[in-house]
Design a protein around this ligand. Structure first.
Ligand code: SF4
Length: 415
């Protein structure tokens, strides 16, 4: 077993190296080596998506190359803005807890072992102070869609009170899924019965005590709610609780009328987001490996009946933009319009550790270093993303443009 002091030394060593690295980037930037800083920060992000400091250097060098600060208020200066998330929102992952989507605010507030203590602990307070002191220093300028879109609300001067328990809870601690999408995992994973017993115990001892009437629970960003036997039993429990509302993020393959009825979800679901990523069976079978395109379309038709009858408030489609689907963007938007969903949200692909840096460079068509980046720009500049049904997520940051056609959707969703 590795001793605690050795782990401490290792992590202190890493922190020191990081400091030296970013001091070096700062020196380069001051010396006017903007392109070099841009390339180095982009390479850092490709390898380690959680590096929010690299994101800031990426933006500063990009703006220096452009000779202008493209988003003068939103990129570097959030002094007039506020975000309520860290005061009411808790993401429960398999290992760590976060006060926002961990893809946008990667610094954890503690281990998942004790959500109650972490919620009011010093790490959580440190992050809340960063919102109040307007540094937003833990938030990613590249990936938080509210920063990118410029839709963070203006600060009204009222000092927020942190609620005793989180009002919105995001359950992302079971990775079970029926698919193995290349952007998410290298092989399928479904929890076995011993693992499920542990998850069931965790839910009843650590998660359920956080719930109260008025709670909103999002399931899930880590897998699929309907492919997880654990989350299916959680959904049954949540649906039976008075005043608790459910948001669902799903690949849609297993979310049919039968699941809706079996889990007694009627009256308990607020919002549903379905990850689609393709307009053709061929592309879908690659980007949503293991899924069935025709089945998702059938299930989306069923979900539209729930939306049309007012049983759910919102139905959205999520798309991870990548080299494989860039040519299908018009088709995906057209499909979303035909189905009648409320919004179709685009976000750039990220490397969650399933790609080598080289593989990721091949997929990340939004990257300034991608060989076919011109195609991404061409699709963007065609104006197709200005359609009112489109939520541009974080893609505008990749293009470096600012448009006033933004929506104000400040919801629970994931990147
Ligand atoms: S939504 Fe954005 S601004 Fe708000 S806490 Fe999360 S990362 Fe920060």
């Amino acid at each position: 077993m590795v001793s605690k002091s050795r782990v401490d030394i290792k992590s202190r060593g890493k922190r020191f190296l990081k400091k030296v690295y970013y001091a070096f980037l700062e020196l380069l930037l001051r010396a006017g080596a903007n392109r070099l800083v841009f390339i180095l920060s982009e390479m850092t992000i490709d390898r380690l998506q959680s590096e929010t400091d690299a994101g800031v250097f990426w933006l500063r060098s990009r703006d220096a190359i452009n000779g202008t600060t493209v988003l003068p208020d939103m990129n570097h200066d959030l002094r007039t803005r506020f975000c309520s998330r860290p005061f009411e929102w808790l993401e429960i992952g398999a290992k760590d807890l976060h006060l926002c989507c961990s893809a946008w605010l990667p610094t954890p507030i503690g281990s998942s072992d004790d959500p109650v203590a972490a919620w009011s602990g010093e790490s959580a307070e440190k992050i809340r102070r960063s919102i109040l002191d307007k540094s937003f220093r833990y938030c990613s300028r590249l990936y938080c869609p509210y920063i990118v879109k410029g839709t963070l609300p203006f600060d009204n001067g009222v000092v927020p009170q942190t609620s005793a328990r989180p009002r919105i809870i995001n359950l992302s601690y079971d990775f079970s899924c029926n698919l193995s999408c290349p952007s998410c995992r290298t092989r399928p994973f479904v929890a076995n019965s011993a693992e499920r017993a542990g998850l069931d115990n965790y839910y009843s001892s650590k998660v359920a005590p956080l719930l109260s009437s008025g709670s909103v629970v999002n399931v899930t960003g880590s897998g699929d709610p309907f492919a997880s036997k654990h989350f299916r039993s959680v959904l049954r429990d949540l649906a039976a609780r008075h005043g608790v509302m459910i948001d669902l993020q799903t690949n849609g393959n297993l979310f049919d009328r039968r699941a809706w009825e079996d889990l007694s979800l009627s009256g308990s679901v607020r919002r549903v987001r379905v990850s689609l990523d393709a307009a053709t069976e061929h592309t879908y079978s690659y980007v949503r490996r293991g899924g069935r395109f025709a089945r998702v379309l059938e299930n989306l038709a069923f979900l539209m009946t729930l939306r049309a009858s007012g049983q759910i408030d919102f139905l959205g489609i999520d798309v991870v933009l990548q080299a494989r689907n860039i040519d299908e963007v018009p088709g995906i938007i057209e499909m979303a319009r035909t189905i009648g969903v409320d919004k179709i949200r685009f976000n750039t692909i990220r490397n969650w550790g399933t790609y080598s840096a080289k593989e990721f460079q091949k997929e990340s068509i939004h990257s300034a270093m991608h060989g076919n980046r011109a195609r991404f720009e061409e699709v963007y500049r065609s104006g197709i993303f200005s359609d009112p049904i489109v939520d541009q997520g974080n893609i505008r940051q990749a293009i470096g443009l600012y448009s006033s056609n933004i929506d104000d959707d400040h919801d629970v969703g994931h990147a």
